[in-house]
Design a protein around this ligand. Structure first.
Ligand SMILES: Cc1cc2nc3c(=O)[nH]c(=O)nc-3n(C[C@H](O)[C@H](O)[C@H](O)COP(=O)(O)OP(=O)(O)OC[C@H]3O[C@@H](n4cnc5c(N)ncnc54)[C@H](O)[C@@H]3O)c2cc1C
Length: 414
């Protein structure tokens, strides 16, 4: 068993650490933040897509493209298209949107999601990790029949071909019976697609609770080094020997037998220091978390409101509301106009929502054109790996990728 150094304490790095510890490895996680899950994993809107999951690149993108490029979608944009990498990435996304590619990517994602679900259930049987888990199901609500039918057909076809769980098309009456809290949209919503097998759970809570559990339980076998930036690597042409770090106390090196890059959208930058291209682009998004009194009459399911690109994830005492997909935007700014727009759209759906006490989260989804995460060895080196590029689905896929990465390390000798 070896000493594994993981760069990045998002949900991907932390769940990976847990699987490695259980397999008997010594693990050090290093993160530039003061605790885990303060990147994309903290901004997450909580949906666990267990059966139905689709890549970002899909045929409908071609029709949406002109309005996206013309900047007509306030919460969906492609930034800095003068940058060669962004143009290349955009072209790659269009290629992955071809019907055959979409179906292939969707099948791969569904397979990963289904395996992740099983692994999460197994883990739940052996360990309680706080995350406010609930089997909520997911509703995708539509304001026009054409999109409702197209979405249902799309997923029904996938159901036949990939053998996923049972989905349902709900007409207006069935929708409002299922979700009375949507009554304010009575004159607009035409129906919904219902995915009964999807769950909700708080990704940040889960990741932070799991980090605490590992610190308490694994003694010297586990180290979590916070407030420390990885600046580079030391090694020879075949092997990485150490990472170089920088923090308030200065610079140092941390040695290990294996090194996993799980740094979210920053994985590209770090991989470049090893001379490797991992073409991840950030897609920035926001989630606002609005508290309310327990027992408040609100949504029962996770609701995706298509007309507004809004996802609403209700808990007993709060609701997380997410929107924004700004491809290529890598800054940490919280844009007030975007937050106001999310609030306006949320108010259209839940007019009584009181935003005082609201918390704002922002994160960058680490996106690859295929939407399939890279979980692999870096071929140039015998002991360096990537576990990143989970895009819109890192929470849903983290357990699958942790198991896969642990398997890769188990069969390799440092
Ligand atoms: C608004 C929003 C909603 C989402 N909703 C969902 C959802 O409902 N369901 C779902 O499955 N997924 C969802 N996602 C996607 C999911 O959150 C991401 O795929 C996932 O969090 C990626 O996890 P990660 O660990 O790879 O990255 P991150 O969580 O970003 O973690 C990477 C870590 O690496 C650290 N790091 C980076 N560079 C360095 C360095 N040089 N040195 C040290 N540390 C470094 C960062 O500080 C960070 O902590 C959503 C994402 C967003 C933004």
């Amino acid at each position: 068993m070896g000493h594994v150094v993981i760069i990045g304490a998002g949900v991907v790095g932390v769940v990976n650490a847990y699987y490695l510890l259980r397999a008997g490895h010594e693990v050090t996680i290093i993160d530039k933040n003061e605790q885990s899950a303060l990147g994309a994993s903290g901004a997450n809107v909580s949906c666990l897509h267990n059966a139905y999951i689709h890549p970002k690149g899909e045929p409908s993108l071609y029709a949406k493209l002109p309005s996206i490029l013309a900047g007509q979608k306030p919460l969906l944009a492609f930034r800095d298209l003068y940058k060669p990498f962004h143009v290349k990435w955009g072209s790659g996304l269009l290629f992955e949107s071809l019907p055959a590619r979409t179906l292939k990517n969707q099948k791969t994602l569904e397979d990963m999601a289904a395996q992740s679900y099983v692994l999460r259930q197994q883990m739940k049987d052996e360990l309680y990790v706080e995350c406010d888990y609930q089997r909520s199901g997911k509703l995708i609500v539509f304001e026009n029949t054409k999109d409702l039918d197209a979405t249902f057909d799309y997923y029904s076809r996938a159901e036949q071909e990939t053998g996923g769980g049972k989905i349902q098309k709900l007409d207006r009456d069935a929708l409002f019976e299922k979700e009375p809290a949507l009554v304010s949209r009575e004159n607009y919503a035409v129906g919904a697609v219902h995915f009964p097998n999807d769950d909700l759970a708080d990704c940040q809570k889960y990741t932070q609770s799991l980090t605490s559990h590992m610190s308490r339980t694994y003694g010297d076998q586990f180290r979590f080094i916070t407030n420390t930036q990885i600046t580079g690597f030391k090694g020879n042409e075949k092997k990485v020997l150490a990472v170089t770090t920088s923090n308030d106390d200065g610079h140092r090196e941390i040695q290990g037998d294996h090194f996993i890059l799980a740094a979210g959208f920053k994985t590209k930058e770090l991989a470049a220091k090893l001379g490797v291209n991992i073409p991840i682009i950030p897609a920035k998004g926001y989630t606002i978390c609005v508290p309310y009194a327990r027992g408040t009459d609100t949504l029962k399911s996770s609701v995706t409101y298509e007309a507004r690109n809004l996802v609403l994830s209700p808990y007993e005492d709060r609701i997380r509301i997410s929107s924004g997909f700004f491809i290529g935007e890598d800054n940490d700014d919280i844009k007030e106009d975007k937050i106001e727009l999310i609030k306006t759209y949320a108010r259209e759906i839940l007019p009584d929502l009181d935003f005082s006490g609201m918390k704002i989260y922002m994160g960058h989804r680490p996106c690859l054109t295929s939407s399939i995460p890279q979980i692999k060895s870096i071929s140039k080196y015998s002991n360096a790996y990537v576990n990143s590029g989970h895009g819109m689905y890192g929470w849903s896929l983290a357990h699958y990728s942790a198991k896969t990465m642990t398997g890769l390390i188990n069969i390799k000798k440092a």
